[in-house]
Ligand binder design. Structure first.
Ligand SMILES: *[C@@H]1O[C@H](CO)[C@@H](O)[C@H](O)[C@H]1NC(C)=O
Ligand SMILES: *[C@@H]1O[C@H](CO)[C@@H](O)[C@H](O)[C@H]1NC(C)=O
Length: 348
């Protein structure tokens, strides 16, 4: 037998430990392999003597009222020649509790996802089973590829009157516990926040800000399932938000901004008919247009065509960057203007 031969040749450098899971606070008995009751053994944990309170009963080590400090690799050695007989990886934990489950559809009407978490750490590996029922049938559940405690479900139909029932069971070596939640399709609809929110000042208007955004990319069918929006804005120096609700439009002009004040602006989205508001979008900052002192240059041909603005910040040694391109444009214009005049005359 080839397999047997090769496995006999394997000399393990570390003993293969078996896991033993035990409840916190309990008394734990570890059995050294399958040795008889009259066998005499010594125990070590992590390679040193067992210091925690314990007693020995033949091939058994008994620890009282274990806690996380008892975790470790326990090895037993048969007396008198000290041959290792067993290695146990003792892992202390607690039984799973009912997980906390919530479901949400940010991709309505495609589907929804459910996520869950434990109320407390159980300290030992715990897996979850998810069962989704709708109209007396089990729906397919897909694990999320990134989020560990999340799964996805497709809506089998839209505008369903039947509730969905989601049962999540936490399972570990120390037990299992289930939570079931039930909901209607319409109650879990919550889009992602609007995206690419921008706020720009409007030239020559010290009290306006033009805000625009895009619907969340995750929302699959904006034409048939339109979103409405909620805008909030405030100057940084004030606590109080101002709100505007907008139906379907993805832009809004703030007309009552305080001149010269920096604003913070956010947008939320909601299906026009069902569900709840999204979280707020990432905050954007903007300040309305500020009138700058106007100065005209006197020696160039730019004079009669444009007014060159200078920075309000005095910058004596900074080069006048704006002038050459403006001058070039002006020259071009003055070159073409007689031509334009001729053309106009011809048209008339
Ligand atoms: C054994 O080692 C593990 C890992 O280093 C440690 O967490 C544990 O507390 C140790 N156990 C004991 C009883 O010293
Ligand atoms: C939830 O699922 C678990 C495991 O499949 C099962 O034991 C339990 O009875 C279910 N609970 C409900 C309320 O359906």
């Amino acid at each position: 037998n080839v397999n047997l031969t090769s496995s006999l040749c394997v000399v393990p450098t570390r003993p293969l430990a078996r896991n033993q899971y035990e409840r916190m606070g309990s008394d734990v008995t570890m059995q050294c392999g399958s040795l008889d009751n009259d066998a005499s053994v010594s125990w070590k944990v992590n390679g040193t003597d067992v210091k925690a309170q314990h007693h020995l009963e033949g091939p058994r080590l008994i620890l009282t009222q274990v806690d996380l400090g008892h975790n470790g690799l326990y090895s037993c050695f048969q007396n008198p020649n000290g041959e290792r007989r067993d290695t146990i990886n003792l892992r202390i934990g607690i039984s799973p509790r009912e997980p906390i489950v919530s479901c949400r559809s940010n991709t309505y009407p495609k589907g929804f996802y459910c996520s869950w978490h434990q109320q407390h750490s159980t300290y030992i590996p715990t897996t979850f089973e998810v069962d989704v029922q709708h109209n007396q049938r089990s729906l397919e559940v897909l694990k999320d590829s990134i989020h560990k405690n999340r799964c996805h479900v497709r809506f089998p139909e839209v505008f369903s009157i039947f509730p969905y029932k989601v049962n999540v069971t936490a399972i570990s070596a120390l037990g299992k516990a289930s939570s079931t939640i039930s909901f209607e399709e319409s109650s879990i609809v919550k889009p992602d926040p609007p995206e690419r929110v921008t706020a720009t000042p409007i030239r020559y208007n010290a009290r306006r800000l033009e805000v625009s955004w895009q619907s969340p990319a995750t929302w699959p069918d904006i034409d048939n399932f339109p979103l409405k929006y909620f805008l909030r804005y405030r100057p940084l120096i004030k606590e109080q938000w101002q709100h505007v609700e907008l139906s379907e439009s993805t832009s809004h002009t703030i007309t009552d901004a305080y001149a010269g004040k920096e604003y913070i602006i956010q947008v939320a989205a909601k299906d026009t008919e069902i569900g709840t508001w999204s979280d707020w979008s990432v905050a954007v900052h903007a300040t309305p247009w500020i009138e700058e002192p106007v100065q005209t240059t006197s020696t160039t041909d730019v004079e009669y065509l444009t007014q060159t603005k200078t920075s309000p910040i005095p910058s004596s040694n900074a080069p006048h960057k704006a002038e050459p391109p403006v001058g070039r444009a002006a020259k071009l214009l003055s070159f073409f203007s007689p031509l334009l005049l001729v053309m106009l005359l011809l048209i008339m």
